[in-house]
Ligand binder design. Structure first.
Ligand code: ZN
Length: 151
């Protein structure tokens, strides 16, 4: 007996986002670019925050007279976050190295069409009326590559 996928709020948000990313980035190339940009932006943000926290911590060390009440983030909190972010930055660096390998792959236009076709099946947008109309037009067009699958 197959188990039903979890329907909690977090999971539902994940399914929605998962499908949206397929729907809005339906080609191999778009997925490459999306994931590359996503890793890069995550890495940029994490390292900027790390730099900022390190700067703040060393500033506090050299300005002992600043009262603790002025600091809404505690030293311990910063130190702990720096440890965590250090690992995250290392993992992201490793993921980036793997993404570079994936980025080297090129896919032919015919295979890209296959990606688009499968993306439509995986993540149709039932609420998008324009898309429904467009899909119907495509299916009525004799030279549309999907035509052979309708009969
Ligand atoms: Zn869940």
């Amino acid at each position: 007996m197959a188990e039903k996928p979890c329907q909690c709020d977090d999971c539902q948000r994940f399914y929605k986002e998962h499908d949206r990313l397929i729907r809005e980035f339906p080609t191999f190339k778009q997925q490459q670019e999306l994931n590359w940009a996503s890793i890069q932006s995550f890495r940029t943000l994490c390292s900027k925050v790390t730099d900022e926290l390190q700067r703040e911590l060393s500033e506090r060390a050299s300005n002992k007279n600043i009262s603790q009440e002025d600091n809404h983030i505690s030293d311990i909190e910063i130190t702990e976050a720096l440890d965590e972010l250090d690992s995250v930055n290392a993992y992201l660096y490793a993921v980036e190295a793997l993404m570079e390998k994936i980025f080297d792959t090129k896919i032919s236009n015919n295979i890209e069409l296959k990606f688009k076709e499968i993306a439509k099946e995986l993540a149709p947008d039932p609420l998008n009326v324009d898309r429904l109309i467009l899909n119907r037009l495509f299916h009525q067009t004799p030279d549309y590559p999907d035509k052979k699958n309708i009969n």
